[in-house]
Each structure stands twice: as C-alpha cells, then as structure tokens.
Write a protein that binds this ligand. Sequence first.
Ligand code: PLP
Length: 359
Amino acid sequence: MRPLVATVDLAALRHNYQLAKQCAPGRKAFAVVKANAYGHGAAAAVECLRDLADGFAVASLEEAEQVRLVDASARLLLLEGCFEPSEYVAAAELGLDVAVQGQAQLDALLAAVIERPLNLWLKLDSGMHRLGFSVDALRRAHARLQSAPQVAELNLMSHFACADERGHPLNEAQLDEFAGLLDLAFDHRSFANSAAVLTMPAAHMDWLRPGIMLYGATPFAELSAEALGLKPVMTLTASIIAIREVPAGDSVGYGAGWVARRPSRIATVSCGYADGYPRTVPPGTCVAIRGQRLPLAGRVSMDMLAVDITDLPQAVLGDAVELWGNEIPIDELAQACGTIGYELLTKVTQRVPRRYING
Ligand SMILES: Cc1ncc(COP(=O)(O)O)c(C=O)c1O
C-alpha cells in the first residue's frame, strides 16, 4: 500500500468543538461539516460529534443526505438554502433547517407543498454582498413568512466578510445592520463563524457556526491555532520511499531548479500535488522527519516530493514524513503558499486514505 495517510484525531475535533462552545457559554453551535467536513470525512466527523454537537451545517442537500445517514435527528442547517424548488420537499422529508437567501428562494418556498413545516433562517446581506436580503427586503420577507404554513421556526442569520481581521470597520457595520432588525420577532439568531466565535462576543447571538476552528486551524493570519488553544485534527503523513546521494552542482526534480550546493542526501517522499500537497510551495518549505524540520528540494511532482535530509544522517528508507499536523502547522504551510488552511484541508484528494484515531 502506498505510504500516505491523513490521520484524523477525533479527540482533537471534540476538543475544538468544546472550545467553541466555551467561547460563548449558553449558546448553541452548528458544527460546520460542509465540503466533507473540510476534507476530514463528514460521516466520521458527525459520528464523532453527534453526542456533543447541537447541530450541523452543510452546503447542499446532497451533503445533508450524507449527514442524515449518520444522524437521523440532529438539527441540520442548509447554509445556502435550496437550489431549486423541488428541494423544499426533500428538505422537509429530511427535517432540515433551511436558509432563505433571496427572493427566488422565498417565492419557491411559499409555493411549496411540504409534508411538515421547516425551521427557516432568513439570511441578511449585512455587507458581504454574497447572499442574503437587504434590510428592507428582509422585513418584507419576515412579514410574508410569519403566518405561512411552510414555517416552523423563523430565524435570522448573516455572515461576516472580515471577521478574521480584528478591528476591520466592516465588522461593526455588519453588526449594526444585524442589530437594526432585532425589533422583529425571531426564534433564533446566528452570525458567528469561527473568527467571530473566537474574538467577537457581540456576534455570538443564539447559534454559533464554527467551521475551520473545529479542524484545529486558525482563521486569523496573525493568531496561531496553538495560541487559540486549538488542536490540529489532521496529520498528513508520507514515507521516505528512496534515498540518493547527490553531488554538489547536480540538480533535483523537474525543471532542474534546485541545485545541490554541497554533497547532499535527498529523500524521495510519497506525497505530491495529486494528493493535495500544494505545488506552489516556496523554496525552504519544511516537512518533519524524526521530529526535525527539513526543507524540500526542488519542485513538488504529482505523486512525490523531495526533501534535503543531509542534516539528518540517521534518516532511513521508510521513515515517516509529516507534511502537516502537530509539527508543521497547516496554517504555516498555507501562509507560505499564499493560501489558507481551509483550502489545503479541503483539497486533500480522495486517493489519500483517512485514518481515524481516538474515536
Ligand atoms: C454561512 C457560513 N457560516 C459559517 C461558516 C464557517 O466558517 P469558518 O470555517 O470560517 O468558521 C461558513 C464557511 O464558510 C459559511 O459559509
């Protein structure tokens, strides 16, 4: 078997969910498990959190169906609502909470004949301008929904554009827009993604919606997951599958861009960009072998990458190589590549087996 595995620490996942809850005592939290639980495996994440989580949130009916296979009764929020009118029937059958983010969705809902009323989340566009009603349109939607037979709970939600940038003026502006609607009767309100859970108590409302923090990565550029008390959930581990001595002046890998400045020992490692390891890593990016950080040598290939192990003479064939996890924080690698932990986690490809520990 190819030696590459994404180990998922379920105890860390539970720890991070509990940390989100501790940030906002008395509030509830939808664990956001869209995109296959940010690459970790939605079924396993839901199974792991089902006794702990107040609910789950996903991006589509297809994702909701996957969650329902594991947890038949949890509150389960469809974050972007229904993409076509027929989905309201399925949403009612599955007992979902459904966001309503625009006029077309509202009209389709009010025309839908469904077997039981839905918990609805009217989405306010408080300033991100991606989804949601304007304040005035939301007031009109609220009036139309109040006595509609399709409605069980009527709730309010919105989403931050810049919660990861503390002190950004848009944060206050978005909170003000939201607060301007609180004279309306809502059963529950929800605003906070991970960044707001961690740093904006005023946004906690009734239901949190933490995503990235559950997986032990930070939403902030300048605040590490460790400093926030989060534990990394995924560790991506490959092995050394070949070792060679490369004379000074010889190159390694595609494009021959990395040239040995000294007689070097180079390890070939069983992970490449087709596994989700970023091809865009800058020179000097490190992996960890036997607890030591060592730099990549040359370009990342589809299935392999090379590491300069000259400074670790005890390294041998078969040694484990951590690409990210406890020793190489995923956020460090993401930042070096000009991206975010979210992208690296969700891009771990299907051919990488997930192994679950501490379940
Ligand atoms: C509407 C909504 N709520 C909550 C989240 C969770 O955000 P985060 O992963 O930053 O906590 C997302 C994710 O993008 C989202 O789209």
